[in-house]
Design a protein around this ligand. Structure first.
Ligand SMILES: *Cc1c(COP(=O)(O)O)cnc(C)c1O
Length: 460
């Protein structure tokens, strides 16, 4: 609304899901029972769940109405036609393959293109993307721009790829050994930071010159389009959807987890132009996901995706989405909380190493903050630091991650400003007690992806 400071939620609430309140004493007990790992908490014991923005969106009345209209025919379902046509219109790609979520599309495409001796290059590969690439026997190389590696440095497009390095790696490895270049928009692992159209164009030109294929990991393409329109000159009067369409036109294909910007709880797809490749991938799709006109999805899911993909580009929604995430980031910064700057599209990242300098890295400052957020206010967040990415040397000493971050991911259309104001108040307490914060010790862990299941012992 012009002339007003407050960005209101551009929706009314038709159905509510109760949040069960708890006391600090109770939360202390719950946290102990969960071995100080919020992944092991039952969600009913969480007040504000900022664990992830994936599959946690609230669907609109229109999407729920669409669910009732879902066509569950095995082949050629009406809902499939709607989903396919919506994606074709948005992406411009010729072949659309539905999958049950993003990583299934990744397994099919990167599994097929990859294999031993091949390399994928990206601004930053998301963790499931990297896992699928490495599982195929290929290597994945991340080349974000230098600014993207420093939390405190301001840059409008911190998600950009280093194009000079891109050309160097292609030349060094040889075009034939590059299985693909993957541009992740927005750059999830890099803090939800956007990629500029200029950068996407430069990446595309280099790929074309060397006959290397370019794929867009487009989970948050609408959020990325918002940043392009408002931060890059020349796009002021281009619509969000047209910006997305321009970006797709620079690529050979795209992969999407519909659990993000398609505003649904489950789903994904793969979109490509190449006829021959499509034949091969359709075979894999039918063997592992389902027939070509449903992938792993119900008709009702496909209906909801078709509707969500249009809703997400509505200007009022996007403004609310990006501005409300920035609202949380700005307020935390005002308190003094060190955050990754500027705030990205879907999450606020806190630099726990800077907040708790007294906690040694092998006592996990990020995990300490995650636990304190839960104890103080029932907020669930996720550590993205040495619990998630740390390794051990041969003396079983921790080789820490490069950063100790805590992510507050904001589910789409779920929480209101008063929920965020509560989160901010909890952070005021965190700030007051920061010098007293103590670390944790790992008492149980698995060799892979230990953050999901690890047990901790706390000094509190
Ligand atoms: C979530 C995500 C994926 C994987 O999608 P899933 O639906 O969780 O399998 C891939 N890439 C990015 C950038 C993501 O955010």
């Amino acid at each position: 609304m012009e002339g007003f400071k407050t960005i209101i939620e551009p929706f009314k609430i038709k159905m509510v899901e109760p949040i069960k309140l708890s006391t600090k004493e109770e939360r202390k007990q719950y946290l102990k029972e969960a071995y100080f790992n919020p992944f092991l908490l039952e969600s009913d014991k969480v007040l504000i769940d900022l664990l992830t923005d994936s599959g946690t969106s609230a669907m609109s009345a229109n999407q729920w109405a669409g669910i009732m209209q879902g066509d569950e025919s095995y082949a050629g379902a009406r809902s499939w036609i709607r989903m396919r046509d919506t994606i074709m219109d948005l992406t411009g790609f010729k072949h659309i393959l539905p999958t049950h979520q993003g990583r299934a599309a990744e397994r099919i495409l990167y599994g097929y293109l990859g294999g031993k001796g091949k390399t994928f290059i990206s601004n930053t590969l998301f963790d499931t993307t990297r896992a699928n690439i490495e599982f195929s026997g290929s290597e994945g190389i991340d080349i974000p721009i230098e600014e993207g590696k420093h939390p405190e440095v301001l840059h409008p497009f911190k998600g950009n790829m280093d194009v000079k390095k891109l050309e160097e790696i292609i030349t060094e490895k040889g075009s034939d050994n590059i299985a693909g270049v993957i541009l992740t928009v927005t750059n999830n692992s890099g803090g939800g930071q956007p990629v500029s159209m200029e950068n996407a164009k430069a990446v595309s030109e280099i790929c074309k010159k060397h006959h290397v294929k370019l794929y867009l990991d487009c989970c948050r393409i609408a959020e990325n389009s918002y940043f392009v329109k408002h931060r890059e000159s020349g796009f002021e009067s281009t619509s969000y959807k047209e910006i997305a369409q321009q970006m797709f036109s620079l690529c050979d294909g795209a992969i999407m987890s519909a659990k993000k910007d398609a505003l649904v709880n489950m789903g994904g797809f793969l979109a490509i132009n190449d006829d021959e490749l499509n034949e091969k991938l359709q075979n894999l799709l039918i063997i592992t996901e389902g027939f070509a006109t449903y992938g792993g999805l119900s008709g009702r899911d496909m209906e909801a995706i078709a509707i969500g993909l249009n809703e997400v580009f509505e200007p009022d929604y996007l403004q609310y989405r990006i501005r409300s995430t920035a609202y949380l980031g700005d307020r935390l910064e005002k308190i003094g909380i060190p955050i990754m700057r500027p705030t990205g599209g879907h999450a606020v990242y806190i630099d726990a190493k800077a907040l708790y300098p007294q906690i040694p890295l092998d006592e996990y400052p990020g995990q300490a903050l995650v636990c304190n957020l839960y104890l103080e206010g029932g907020i669930r967040a996720v550590e993205i630091g040495s619990v998630m990415f740390g390794k051990y040397n041969k003396h079983h000493q921790l080789i820490p991650a490069s950063m100790e971050l805590v992510r507050l991911a904001i589910p789409r259309r779920v929480y209101t400003q008063s929920h965020m104001d509560f989160v901010i108040e909890v952070f005021e307490k965190i700030w007051q007690h920061k010098d007293k914060a103590q670390g944790l010790k790992i008492t149980y862990e698995q060799p892979f992806l230990r953050h999901f299941t690890a047990h901790f012992e706390s000094f509190i």
